[in-house]
Write a protein that binds this ligand. Structure first.
Ligand SMILES: [Fe+2]
Ligand SMILES: [Fe+2]
Length: 191
């Protein structure tokens, strides 16, 4: 199932492949943020049992991904530095409506779309990256991020009517593609 409105443009792959270490540094941040996002739901929706169960597992898994990316950084001798994030995340956050129950629906769909885009891009890197160990790693992670995309979508269907989920997903997916139409000049996973 493809949830993305528009596929990644070839310019992103060219940019990423010529700055693999920067992509890896940004990727470490993304995995840490993914764990933090999953944790945030646990604090905000402690009574949503199904959500808490699923996202507790997810938070652990994303932290493991963070650790794995760090080990690749270490293997490649990349010195840690904090990168300014691309506007992607903040732009998507702005689309989240502030009142419940809309807020949770939008949050889960945005999380789902971010996982879907990560899945798509990690698969591209798995196919084209010149570092064999990274290729294998990206292929492994791509499968995980695809599963995470479904996890957030299934949660949305758990708590909201199907028609409501589908309509909002369509709107947000268009937005998600819009921001990626202009390539961010700095190489990022979501540039
Ligand atoms: Fe991950
Ligand atoms: Fe993920």
């Amino acid at each position: 199932m493809n949830l993305l409105h528009t596929p990644t443009q070839p310019a992103w792959l060219t940019q990423a492949l010529s700055h693999l270490d920067l992509i890896l540094l940004d990727h470490a941040q993304c995995e840490k943020k993914a764990a933090g996002t999953a944790m945030r739901y646990l604090f905000q929706y402690p009574n949503h049992q199904i959500l808490v169960e699923a996202l507790t597992t997810l938070a652990r898994e994303e932290l493991q991904h963070f650790q794995m990316v760090n080990r690749h950084l270490d293997r490649r001798g990349v010195v840690w530095k904090t990168l300014k994030p691309a506007p992607y995340g903040n732009y998507l956050k702005q689309a989240i409506r502030t009142q419940e129950p809309d807020r949770l629906l939008d949050s889960m769909l945005i999380s789902c779309l971010i996982e879907a885009r990560s899945h798509e891009r990690l698969e591209l890197l798995a196919k084209h990256c010149p570092d064999q160990e990274l290729q294998d790693f990206y292929a492994f992670l791509g499968i995980a991020e695809e599963r995470h995309k479904h996890l957030y979508l299934d949660l949305a269907y758990e708590y909201y009517a199907a028609a409501q989920v589908e309509q909002r997903l369509h709107e947000l997916s268009q937005k998600e593609s819009d921001i990626l139409q202009t390539l961010y000049p700095e190489p990022r996973v979501h540039s």
